[in-house]
Write a protein that binds this ligand. Structure first.
Ligand code: C5P
Length: 403
């Protein structure tokens, strides 16, 4: 078992008054499930959208709504709760943050429990705005967000889509998973250190068709590649993901290019590679494909079927990238380091990531145990980590080859 980044972390969750406030329940639930201690502070208008009892039940803590707590004894003992909370927290997240609260924070107002607490905060502040499209795009709101970002606060920008008003556009609270990933990244000490970098990531298996209903595939789920794409995006990179069939979720800001077969993946990668600073080839590309896919379903009445396979192109070996750096993956079961180093040089890579398949690593699981091998021969063996944490370690090494 690995230690979750949230384990033992003290998180303040600020909730403000908008319809997305109902999603704060999911955030509290997920944070506590992953081992964080959560204290919730609501603005008076947030109470119109979500009951304090809901959030105190989910957080197993009292919820603060009033700046001056009603159960205050003799006017002194609880009067510095905002300072105590501010000193207690490892991080404060405001989700959803209305344009009203954003404006107040950017001007240093302390007119309710939440804004008062923010002024006393020492830990990182993460703000996830939500509003209707025109409210969100109001230039004053944009200016306030920019100001907060320049001050070093983290903004999780909203997504575009259907809004509660019936309008469609920017302003929908970022996906809860993206909010949690961002908080995890900040708690782990990562910054937007890949800003300005263009990264192409391949992920998932490839499917090689036998006939219109059958194919040859492999056990890759895409989890590692998707984790790399997500971490790279959160760390500021412009990310394109070339994915074989996979049901993993990703962020709308990641440019997704779905492919099916190895030759489909090869075509897209060859077209995209020169536009990028780095290719991270984590896809489990099928080495073989049926010589010919039947145009009709092969009938079992025909008896035992013999499948003749031909070799697929090795995408990495055929790449002739001039400027783009290339990182490959290797999955070995014997002579792991030796074989991975051979692959690094045969495929002319700048770095290779060695996967060790096992119960807690490799295919389908959320954890991985990898060794990063650099071009100079140095290898970095990482412990068992979540794929998200492994992705971040891989990206930190990748950053060095981009410098
Ligand atoms: O040689 P092997 O398949 O073990 O190498 C794995 C690396 O090569 C991975 O990065 C994988 O994405 C890439 N690969 C490729 N084209 C193939 C097979 C694997 O680019 N046909």
């Amino acid at each position: 078992m690995i230690k979750d980044t949230f384990q033992g972390k003290k998180i303040l969750l600020g909730v403000t008054g908008c319809i997305a406030a109902y999603k704060s329940g999911f955030i509290v639930r997920e944070l506590t499930k992953r081992g964080a201690e959560v204290r919730v502070v609501l603005t008076p208008s947030a109470v119109e959208f979500i009951a304090p009892l809901t959030l105190s039940s989910l957080s197993h803590n009292d919820v603060v709504v009033n700046t001056f707590p009603v159960n205050q004894k003799n006017g002194t003992d609880l009067s510095t709760w905002h300072i105590d909370y501010a000193l207690w927290a490892d991080l404060m997240l405001i989700a959803p943050a209305t344009i009203n609260t954003i404006a107040k924070i950017s001007y240093g107002f302390a007119d309710n429990a939440l804004t008062t607490l923010v002024t006393a905060l020492r830990s990182p502040l993460v703000i996830a705005p939500a509003a209707d499209v025109d409210m969100y795009n109001n230039p004053i709101n944009k200016e306030n967000l920019l100001k907060l970002e320049k001050l070093g606060h983290h903004i999780i920008y909203p997504e575009s889509g259907e809004l509660a008003s019936g309008l469609s556009g920017e302003g929908r609270l970022a996906d809860v998973n993206k909010i949690l990933d961002t908080v995890e990244l900040i708690l782990s000490g990562y910054k937007k250190d890949l800003s300005g970098k263009k990264i192409l990531v391949s992920a998932g298996p490839t499917y090689e068709d036998i006939d219109p209903v059958r194919f040859i595939g492999n056990r890759s789920s895409g989890k590692m590649g998707y984790a790399i794409a997500k971490s790279a995006y959160l760390r500021g990179a412009d990310v394109t993901l070339v994915s074989g069939p996979s049901s993993q979720n990703f962020y709308p800001e990641i440019k997704m290019m779905k492919v099916r077969s190895a030759s489909g993946m090869e075509q897209v990668i060859k077209k995209e590679i020169e536009k990028n600073d780095l290719l991270i080839m984590s896809a489990a590309v099928s080495d073989f494909r049926p010589v010919k896919a039947a145009s009709n379903k092969i009938k079992k009445e025909k008896g035992i079927m013999e499948l003749k396979m031909s070799l697929n192109p090795d995408i990495l070996s055929s790449i002739k990238a001039k400027k783009t750096k290339v990182i490959g993956f290797a999955l070995e079961t014997e002579n792991e380091i030796k074989n991975a180093k051979k692959k690094l040089s045969d495929k002319n890579l700048d770095m290779i990531v060695l996967n060790s398949p096992g119960k807690e690593s490799g295919f389908e699981v959320d954890t991985n145990r990898v060794t990063i091998i650099r071009k100079d021969g140095k290898s970095i063996k990482l412990p068992l980590l979540s794929k998200f944490q492994s992705a971040n370690k891989i990206l930190s090494e990748a950053k060095k080859i981009l410098e």
